[in-house]
Design a protein around this ligand. Structure first.
Ligand SMILES: [Zn+2]
Length: 298
């Protein structure tokens, strides 16, 4: 091989190495920027709460919403609120499973996207766009029938949902979900979050007691489920200024009440509205609540 040719070969190899290095450096820089943004957001929330010994947030891969109309966080989102999925004559909190399935089928047939609470949170906080037809499905209390009657339908349609559980009832009270059921659902698109330890009416108890039930339920679920608990629904939807303060201090990121209406970012993120679904509503009332952001004012 001639000296001149060897010289060119080395220059070529050198340029390739430089090129590849620049490519990787740029890619890393991009990733770092994204991580920094997340870190800054996490640190900011921590700083606001004055808490530092929180479990690390495991960043899940974010879903990309393509091929659908999207909306930004100046718009509202319906967060459906269910309790029990079962029959009971005269109890409007218990929705027969056929009616529940009919409502879920409506969502499926009409191309609704069921958001996780992480996705709803990103939408409000980071303005991550979501599909125009987005909905959040939540259940309060953690009834065993959620596993028996709602979970099969949710799985059938591949839907995300959240159950806010009363942690003191787990493996203790017969009508409530067991830990094994929670673990199984958690692995299959059903997010488990807190509804306090004993369903305390928060606005009736001291700040210290509120902080205690908010913290203990969160720590318990984090231990048994091995994930960070970031969201809570207030029992009876009741709260006061101490509740919001205690929720922040305990390390929650977002809370829900039972105040009727779609959730939107003009509300305090610690007192978000939800859309009540009663056993007395037919499919047309379900549709009205699902499609009309101002359903409760007209
Ligand atoms: Zn409740």
């Amino acid at each position: 091989m001639s000296k001149k040719y060897k010289g060119f070969l080395w220059i070529f190899i050198f340029l390739v190495i430089i090129g590849v290095s620049i490519f990787y450096l740029l890619r890393q820089y991009d990733n770092q920027q994204a991580n920094n943004t997340k870190l800054i957001q996490n640190n900011e929330t921590k700083a606001n709460k004055g808490v530092s010994d929180k479990p690390k947030i495991i960043e899940k891969k974010e879903r990309e919403f393509t091929g659908v109309n999207i909306k930004y966080n100046d718009k509202s989102v319906p967060v459906l609120m269910y309790h029990s999925i079962a029959y009971e004559e005269g109890n409007e909190l218990r929705i027969p499973k056929e009616n529940f399935r009919e409502q879920m089928k409506y969502l499926k047939d009409n191309n609704y996207t069921t958001l996780t609470l992480d996705e709803l949170y990103s939408f409000f906080i980071s303005n991550k766009p979501i599909p125009e037809k987005s909905v959040v499905i939540t259940f309060d209390d953690g009834y065993k029938d959620n596993y028996e009657n709602a979970y099969p339908t949710l799985k059938e349609f591949g839907f995300n949902a959240t159950i806010f559980v009363i942690t003191g009832a787990i493996d203790n009270e017969k009508d409530y979900l067991t830990l094994n059921q929670l673990k199984e659902m958690e692995q299959n698109g059903v997010d488990i979050e807190s509804h306090t330890v004993a369903h305390e009416q928060l606005d009736k108890i001291s700040y210290e007691k509120q902080l205690d039930t908010l913290t203990r339920s969160k720590k318990y679920l984090e231990e048994v489920l091995g994930k960070e608990i970031r969201y809570i629904a207030y029992p009876f939807g009741k709260y006061n200024t101490d509740t919001v303060k205690a929720s922040k201090y305990a390390g929650y990121n977002m809370s829900f009440t039972t105040q009727g209406g779609w959730s939107n970012k003009t509300q305090d993120i610690f007192t978000l509205n939800r859309v009540y679904i009663s056993a007395n509503y037919g499919l047309s009332e379900f549709k009205r609540r699902l499609t009309n952001p101002n359903y409760n004012t007209n």
